[in-house]
Design a protein around this ligand. Structure first.
Ligand SMILES: [Zn+2]
Length: 81
């Protein structure tokens, strides 16, 4: 996991959320929840980036413009089989 500038925004947002939780629960639980949320969001963003990179990496079909999946066009190549 790389540290990015927008992580600061995320951390600040979660920190404020943690402060908001404190009246309702012990600070340690608020901290645990916020920490879990932080890693959850990081994981989700990482997954999304990975899938976007994969889509760009495989490109699009020259015939119909559909996304290429496993070097095949889901429309053209499978229709021929
Ligand atoms: Zn195609």
């Amino acid at each position: 996991m790389k540290f990015e500038k927008r992580d600061i925004v995320l951390i600040v947002g979660l920190f404020l959320f943690m402060i908001g939780l404190m009246p309702f629960m012990a600070p340690i639980y608020a901290a645990i929840i916020v920490t879990l949320m932080y890693f959850g969001i990081k994981f989700y963003v990482g997954k999304r980036k990975q899938s976007i990179t994969r889509e760009i990496g495989e490109g699009i079909c020259l015939e119909c413009g559909a996304k290429i999946v496993e070097t095949k066009c889901p429309n053209c190549d499978y229709a021929k089989e």
